[in-house]
Design a protein around this ligand. Sequence first.
Ligand code: ATP
Ligand code: MG
Length: 327
Amino acid sequence: MAEAENAVLEVRNLKVEFPGRRGIATALSDVSLSIRPGEILGVVGESGAGKSMTGLAVLGLLERPGRIAGGEIWLADRRIDQLNDREMEKIRGREIGAIFQDPLTSLNPLFTVGAQLTETIRLHLGMNKAEATARAISLLKDVGIPSPEERINQYPHQFSGGMRQRVVIALALAASPKLIIADEPTTALDVSIQAQITSLLRKLCKEKQTAVMLVTHDMGVIAETADRIAVMYAGRLVEIGLVEQVLHAPQHPYTRGLMASIPALGARVERLNQIDGSMPRLDAIPEGCAFGPRCKQAGPRCRRERPNLLPAGSGASACWINAGGTA
Ligand SMILES: Nc1ncnc2c1ncn2[C@@H]1O[C@H](COP(=O)(O)OP(=O)(O)OP(=O)(O)O)[C@@H](O)[C@H]1O
Ligand SMILES: [Mg+2]
């Protein structure tokens, strides 16, 4: 059973490895998080931090030879990290929906959107053709596509980028999954429609009580959409907490740096306050705290000992300074 009360998703001490010619690269280490029904967990962090990898591990879509080398993944009361490909295929679409950056990775250009929706609905919900068509039309209506009765017979290329991503959301929701993994769902879209798509996602997930893992670079999107935020650095979780806390009272020095590098909404800034240095490569993660070399507050303990997630504020942070001890 998932330990956190009512959790739809619970990831415990997840470790992902990529065996390679020069040894084993650890892409994720000790990642633990949970998401409740109707809750949206935003996942942020620099490029290469392990955000997508976490989503792919949950979906059972790690690219070989990548593998889950430790920890557990629970979907409600079912452990799913040890299932085989066939069993995971049944769970994807039915119990976990996915939305990726490019709508065309989820849609087949050769079939009408109606054919793709009804196929998913019939496969997972066992409806007949008429029932599935009615459900497809109602889903298209839910995601704000005008004249769904006509649009259902059109092909993906006949939709604009934003409308296409709405179709992908309809597809992800088609079988009423418990969880949706959305990885940069608006990055490829015109800035003017990004907010519409994320607020649609939020509205539908709140209505249907779907849990969402929302991976994004965009702090504006996170601020408006997420309930809690998980911050990743070099394959680990460094902070997790309620949106207000992580945005306005971040506990971990990395999160503070990340937040300071975002201009206030509407503010004109000459130069963003970037964190000096860059995230280490997977095969060169320093001993102790991985953020240590970039951290102005790091002390001897930070160079020696790797901090685990410990309670900080109303959430948790992996930093010796937050732990009340000395760095
Ligand atoms: N097929 C692979 N083999 C080995 N390492 C990989 C593979 N795919 C990704 N990685 C490594 O895993 C780490 C995490 O990658 P991931 O794609 O999760 O980053 P991310 O946080 O989603 O970054 P971005 O914001 O750029 O999407 C990176 O260091 C990446 O180089
Ligand atoms: Mg990514």
